[in-house]
Design a protein around this ligand. Structure first.
Ligand SMILES: Nc1ncnc2c1ncn2[C@@H]1O[C@H](COP(=O)(O)OP(=O)(O)O)[C@@H](O)[C@H]1O
Ligand SMILES: [Mg+2]
Length: 586
């Protein structure tokens, strides 16, 4: 079990800083909260005063005005209550909204490595459930606790003032109530945590089973999945029942305690009212029963709110932990935009690793002259994509230097670079929106006609027109095939008119007929740009100005197709394999 952290005031201050824009609301809210803390005890006192006054003395003329006064104060009390709730709500809403904006913006600034280290699911829960917990803490725990704490003080003070001896009885019971509440909450928090954990296992299984439904059905795993799910559900159900059982034990016990306590007050109060020496007014007995309830209620409420506060603190700790994680690298301070890229790409003895001490690229050097095409060839895992990642400045190399037009990549801002760079990968991604919006990603000002012209130059205008530029597409699809998605991504790159073009296995997911068409489009796309291609097709490789043959993070051979074949080394070997298996030849 996680150790319960006590309240951390530095953290609370930091959360409250998110409301600084609304200082006035905040001050009004605190004022209302304090007012609210006094109102209910004062109403209880008023009840006693009416009984002791007009009722006891038989003053019927005073009864109606006294009760009207009481009613007016009650109305005032509930109007205060309404604004207490409303203001706290808007307060919590502000914290939540601003925090979400900050966190989202922070995520968007992070380099690629951040997203491989943090799973999407956990980033989403930072943004959703953690921030929601903080909101509950701000909006409920803080103000409810102030109201309840204040109410307890005011009720206690009134009792002390009215009948100090009777108040001693109340105080004697306090430890019992406190102890019962504490026991209950302790057990409940353990049980609730188990329940939440079992529930997140349930949802995780659903997500995985549904996400992998093709595999599930393809490998007839339905019954296995159903079995796992059944067990998890049973487990979760057991935890639910455990929580309910705890509740069913303590809640009646707490209520019984309150009733016994009322009985004790009736006895002691009644005796004092009947005793000629004390002669306690009847109204005071009634007032005491009300006040004592107001005095004890906060034990339970504050206990619950304390749990809310703790989960808010845990959420805040995680959220601020994320916000305080600086990007593992950002553009250097002296980085400047590059206005017009010529397209000369050079690597000088570059070494790179994703994880410390596990280099995946060793001493990579090459030069791509503007407008030329470089093909990267090598087995899976040889480091082709890693080279692309460095050219795109998604990662930084730790040794050596990568340059564009003779400028080190570190001195160029990522944004200005990406604006002049087009990337098409195997995992082509379409955002939810129309086809046209997706096409315009790299060139937001382009018109529909320009988009179609770009498609025409690539020889696929007809296809786009059939699909319709206003068709809604999404990450999952939107009724378009893999090949069509790929075409969309290629047109998108064309429309952006990049100086440096990168194709990472862009055509390996489509059938050969579509590929032949895409290939033609690519030849057109390559013209006049520095292009890096990772492809299985020999036709692309044959046309490349320079082929880099990769093996285990090193360039083992380089040159063009013909000279490499003549070398009769690794490339020639791969080429023969290609020819034998038939894949790759067109
Ligand atoms: N995000 C990553 N984190 C850690 N290691 C990675 C990551 N991406 C790739 N690698 C490793 O780097 C090596 C080169 O991968 P990659 O450049 O993707 O190869 P290729 O594109 O040639 O198939 C592989 O051993 C791979 O396991
Ligand atoms: Mg790759």
């Amino acid at each position: 079990m996680k150790h319960e952290a006590p309240l951390n005031f530095a953290l609370i201050r930091r959360v409250l800083a998110y409301t600084s824009s609304a200082k006035r609301t905040r001050n009004i809210l605190f004022g209302i909260t304090i007012l609210r803390a006094m109102q209910l005890p004062l109403l209880a006192w008023g009840t006693g005063a009416v009984i002791n006054g007009p009722i006891t003395s038989g003053d019927s003329a005073m009864l109606v005005p006294a009760v009207l006064g009481y009613a007016a104060f009650a109305l005032f009390t509930d109007i205060t209550f309404r604004y207490r709730i409303l203001l706290a709500l808007s307060f919590g809403e502000q914290v939540m909204t601003r925090m979400r904006q900050d966190l989202f913006a922070h995520f968007m600034r992070m380099p690629m490595s951040f997203f491989t280290q943090n799973r999407t699911g956990s980033l989403i829960s930072r943004l959703t459930s953690d921030i929601e917990a903080i909101r509950m803490g701000v909006q409920d725990a803080l103000f409810v606790s102030i109201v309840q704490g204040g109410q307890m003080l005011v009720a206690g003070a009134l009792m002390l003032w009215v009948e100090p001896q009777l108040f001693l009885i109340v105080l004697a019971v306090a430890p019992v109530v406190w102890f019962l509440n504490r026991q209950f909450r302790k057990r409940q928090s353990v049980l609730l945590r188990k329940m939440q954990e079992s529930f997140s296992r349930v949802t995780a299984v659903v997500a995985e089973a549904v996400g992998g439904i093709r595999v599930t059905q393809g490998f007839s795993r339905q019954s296995v999945n159903a079995g796992i799910f059944r067990e998890l559900l049973a487990d979760h159900s057991a935890h639910n029942i455990g929580t309910a059982r705890n509740n069913a034990l303590y809640t009646p016990l707490l209520e019984l305690n309150a009733q016994f306590f009322t009985a004790a007050l009736l006895l002691a109060g009644g005796w004092r009212a009947l005793s000629p020496e004390v002669n306690m007014p009847i109204g005071d007995v009634v007032m005491f029963i009300f006040l004592a309830n107001l005095f004890f209620q906060p034990f339970q409420v504050i206990g619950n709110q304390y749990a809310v506060a703790l989960s808010a603190m845990a959420g805040a700790e995680r959220v601020f932990g994320m916000l305080d994680t600086p990007p593992s690298w950002a553009d250097a301070d002296n980085a400047r935009p590059i206005s017009h890229i010529q397209g000369r790409v050079e690597f000088r003895d570059v070494t790179f690793s994703y994880e410390p001490d596990k280099p995946v690229l060793h001493g990579i050097s090459f030069t791509a002259e503007p407008g030329t095409t470089v093909a990267l060839v090598g087995h899976t895992g040889s480091g082709k994509t890693s080279i692309i990642n460095l050219i795109s400045k998604y990662y930084l190399c730790e040794q050596g230097e990568a340059l564009i037009d003779g400028r080190g990549l570190t001195t160029i801002t990522g944004e200005s670079l990406h604006k002049q760079m087009g990337i098409v990968t195997q995992q082509n991604f379409l955002f939810t929106g129309t086809l046209l919006e997706n096409l315009r990603l790299g060139n937001p000002d382009a018109t529909a006609e320009q988009a179609l012209e770009a498609a025409e130059r690539l020889g696929c205008r007809q296809e786009l027109e059939t699909l319709g530029l206003n068709r809604i597409v999404s990450e999952q699809g939107g009724g378009i095939s893999l090949g069509q998605r790929q075409l969309v991504c290629i047109v998108r790159a064309m429309l952006a008119d990049p100086r440096i073009l990168i194709l990472d296995e862009a055509t390996s997911a489509v059938d050969s007929l579509t590929e032949a068409r895409i290939q033609q489009a690519l030849d057109i796309l390559f013209k006049g740009r520095t292009s890096f291609v990772i492809a299985h097709r020999l036709s692309t490789i044959r046309k490349a100005d320079q082929v880099l043959v990769m093996e285990q993070g090193k360039i083992v051979e380089r040159g063009h197709h013909a000279s490499l074949l003549a070398l009769n080394g690794r490339y020639a070997q791969m080429y023969t394999e290609f020819l034998k298996t038939g894949i790759g030849e067109d």
